[in-house]
Ligand binder design. Structure first.
Ligand code: GTP
Ligand code: MG
Length: 348
């Protein structure tokens, strides 16, 4: 009987576990479909990096080899206080140690399959977003005050926890507008226990832009160190501190450089952990625009390019809201109407 069932051990044990005992020919076949099986190297494994330099690097935001691999020598010299030769050696070693760059389209598709779409509660809004707010992406919503951006942050948090009760939410609050009472109200409305929901939202107030950046960098520690399954990171609002601290034309370049770094941290967080980053943004008026809506998001190209999806919210008739998807890699530019109500977002 047994002889008829032709199941090989390779079929039931993940191939990575078998690797050391595989014959040569098998090994070659395996290497043709690379997966993240190699032991993850640390900063200390780089040439010339001892405990002290590693510490310095970490303090400057280099938390893994990738961050060193993509750094410029000049930046590394400044950040780690090392010589140019040492910096070049480190960068080369980091680059050589990792599989950089290309994956097959098939692998990308496979990864897309793991994307979660967080419901907004409004069917038309979800439809406009191709199902909901996606993980592995940054979604930016911008509007004038009272547009509903903060409400959406609260609603997504609660809906995420409904969709996956094992997940966690991180809420970076820069304007002191996170309201646990509102979370409790929204949770009740969809049949969740408010206390349980509040336990799973990690809130941090950011007091200035540096603090905000640091908090974003710390999220990966919550994931790696504390093992939290974070699926949503809210930054409400992205630009308020940056805008307040960098006033005047002369400071714009500095601001954009910092902002660029912040957006990169958020983008990597989204990508490497398959989590949704939701950022809110303000608008500024563009008085020279005569046709259409004379408002545009602040933050310039840096924010615009880093965001995967961009949504413009405006007030509609009778207290309703109009959301317009103005930028997306795969969805058409459409609009939808909904209401912010006690229970969350509702179709008209
Ligand atoms: P700024 O942060 O000032 O730029 O605004 P925002 O875009 O974050 O606006 P926010 O999300 O705070 O939206 C405020 C609006 O949401 C209010 O004007 C109300 O219309 C609506 N809203 C907030 N809470 C409730 C609620 O509990 N019930 C209902 N029905 N509406 C609410
Ligand atoms: Mg707000």
């Amino acid at each position: 009987m047994d002889a008829q069932v032709d199941i090989k051990t390779e079929d039931i044990i993940p191939s990575t576990d078998l690797k050391p005992s595989l014959p040569k020919s098998k090994k070659k076949m395996e290497s043709e479909k690379p997966k993240e099986v190699e032991k993850e190297l640390n900063l200390e494994d780089l040439p010339g990096v001892g405990a002290a330099t590693a510490e310095k690097l970490k303090e400057s935001g280099y938390d893994d080899l990738m961050s060193v691999a993509v750094a410029s020598p000049g930046k590394l010299i400044d950040d780690a206080g090392i010589t140019e030769t040492a910096a070049r050696k480190m960068i080369n070693a980091a680059r050589n140690s990792m599989k950089m760059g290309f994956v097959s389209g098939e692998e990308v598709l496979e990864k897309r399959g793991t994307v979660i779409k967080i419901s907004t509660g409004s069917e038309v809004f979800n439809e406009m977003m191709g199902g909901g707010f996606e993980t592995a992406a940054i979604t930016e919503v911008f509007s004038e005050f009272g547009g509903g951006k903060t409400q959406i942050g609260h609603i997504l948090s609660v809906n995420m926890l409904k969709q996956d009760p094992d997940s966690y939410v991180v809420y970076i609050d820069t304007e002191n507008t996170f309201r646990p009472e509102r979370i409790a109200q929204l949770a009740k409305a969809i049949g969740l226990d408010p206390t349980q929901v509040l336990k799973k939202i990690k809130v941090a107030k950011a007091y200035n832009s540096d603090h905000q950046m640091l908090l974003a960098e710390k999220v990966s520690e919550l994931i790696k160190g504390d093992g939290l399954n974070i699926k949503l990171v809210v930054v409400d609002s992205l630009m308020s501190h940056f805008r307040a601290e960098y006033v005047g034309r002369g400071t714009l370049a500095d601001r954009q450089q910092k902002l660029n770094r912040h957006m990169h941290v958020l983008a990597r967080l989204a990508d490497t952990n398959n989590l949704c980053v939701y950022v809110t943004n303000q608008v500024m008026s563009k008085p020279d625009q005569f046709f259409g809506d004379p408002t545009t998001a602040v933050g310039g190209h840096i924010v615009g390019h880093a965001s995967t999806f961009r949504i413009y919210l405006r007030k509609g008739k009778k207290g309703s809201r109009v959301a317009k998807l103005v930028d997306s890699p795969n969805l058409p530019e459409t609009e939808c109407n909904f209401m912010v109500t006690e229970g969350g977002l509702e179709d008209l």
